[in-house]
Design a protein around this ligand. Structure first.
Ligand SMILES: *Cc1c(COP(=O)(O)O)cnc(C)c1O
Length: 408
């Protein structure tokens, strides 16, 4: 069985992380080194347009910091790409702002201008714009819109990291990158927030200094867990795992999805209010400076192949997004369970996933994300990663065609 996902980290990276847990203590130095490798760097010139880069424990921690330092009036509205991880809207609400979902174009996974116009009110102050699935949204039109309405953009690049190819969009107040467990070039945690406003960056940095540092032991445990998850992504261990789950009557689907979720459980806000530890900063730097463009190119190539093999027979989501690197490959199935079963039969572990949601509209307001909310239930993610051979992709496309073609 081809598992749904392989962690995008090498054995030697994990080993380097474990070593760093025992040997790296100087956070100041680790931050400086990290800022040095991140392509836009931490400029010492006093140009307010130059982004300041602040490493964080996660994108969620970064958003929590940013919203804590933006002094918008309580009750201000923040437009959000409607599809995102549930915690993002939760953090917005925690800061007494109102998340307002913005509908997405199914072909590009980008908010349409029309949906932005529908969702904006006189209380709108921000837009959390998510570049989803591995695509990158062209911003010209959106920036015209936000400038006209005096809205600041916080750019969520968690799914769109592509090495030094791209470091966020000028014109956005902040750009946030994630190196969480499921993300491209993961460091088993960690985020980078580039802020294009000097005073705001200073305030965010000072606020983070007040936070306790992530526990090294906790991070060492994350690294150990990643060894297990990595092993499971190979076919014989995965088959054994599925069998064991069946014997023990455990839902392997739920187990796997929960294993890669950061910050589970209660006390969520205090869990994200931590600064990254020295070993995490060290591994983050290693992942960024050794970034493997070849692997990313391979993933992109497989994604295009799978798209060519399926697009005439099934609705895809976001397939015509720009610069698509196929972090994931979602299909809009006619009957998700049937497609998942057919793929499982053929040896492909497709899943509906449970890490994303559609942001709720504020109480008493009409839904401003009708299209994506309706479609969301039908989305199935196909397995896709550089380790898969072309032949597996072709076979998977064939199963999708056979199951989804209206002709059958
Ligand atoms: C993963 C993800 C996040 C959160 O990233 P963390 O670094 O794990 O907090 C935010 N937004 C989107 C769209 C994501 O996919």
């Amino acid at each position: 069985m081809w598992t749904r996902k392989r962690l995008d980290i090498g054995w030697t990276d994990i080993a380097a992380g474990r070593l760093a847990c025992a040997s790296r203590w100087d956070r100041q130095q680790a931050v400086a080194k990290l800022q040095h490798v991140w392509p836009i760097g931490d400029s010492t010139e006093h140009n307010p347009e130059t982004p300041r880069v602040i490493p964080t424990l996660s994108v969620r921690s970064g958003l929590h910091l940013l919203l804590g330092q933006l002094d918008w009036p309580a009750g201000s509205e923040i437009l959000m790409s409607a599809m995102t991880i549930p915690d993002m809207a939760r953090i917005v609400r925690h800061h007494n702002y109102v998340p307002v979902p913005v509908d997405l174009d199914l072909d590009t996974a980008a908010p349409t201008l029309q949906s932005l116009q529908h969702s904006v009110t006189k209380n709108t102050r921000g837009l959390i714009l998510a570049h989803l699935l591995g695509t990158r949204i062209p911003l010209a039109e959106i920036l015209d819109f936000t400038n006209a309405h005096r809205i600041d953009i916080l750019e969520d690049c968690a799914q769109a990291f592509a090495g030094d190819d791209w470091t966020g969009s000028p014109g956005c107040l902040a750009s946030m990158f994630s190196f969480g467990t499921t993300k491209t070039a993961t460091a088993l945690g960690g985020g980078l927030v580039a802020i294009r406003h000097e005073q705001l960056a200073d305030r965010v940095r000072d606020a983070q200094r007040q936070w306790p540092v992530q526990s090294r032991l906790g991070y060492a445990f994350q690294l150990a867990k990643s060894l297990a998850l990595k092993t499971l992504a190979y076919r014989p261990p995965f088959a054994a795992f599925r069998l064991a789950c069946r014997l023990l009557r455990l839902d392997y689907n739920r187990l796997l999805n929960n294993a890669v979720r950061g910050f589970p459980g209660d006390r969520f806000v205090s869990r994200i209010s931590r600064a990254p530890s020295a070993p995490l900063l060290h591994l983050l730097r290693r992942r960024i400076s050794n970034f493997d463009q070849k692997q990313l190119a391979r993933r992109t190539q497989l994604g295009r192949r799978l798209r060519r093999g399926t697009e005439c027979h099934v609705d895809l989501f976001g397939h015509s997004g720009c610069d698509h690197t196929y972090w994931v490959f979602p299909v809009v199935a006619r009957d998700p369970n049937r497609l998942i079963a057919a793929l499982a039969q053929a040896g492909f572990d497709a899943t509906q996933g449970n890490s994303m949601e559609i942001v709720d509209a504020p109480d008493g307001r009409p839904d401003t994300a009708v299209v994506i909310r309706r479609t969301f239930r039908r989305i199935v993610y196909l397995p896709l990663y550089p380790g898969m051979p072309d032949s597996a992709i072709e076979r998977m496309a064939q199963v999708v065609r056979e199951t989804e073609s209206p002709a059958d």
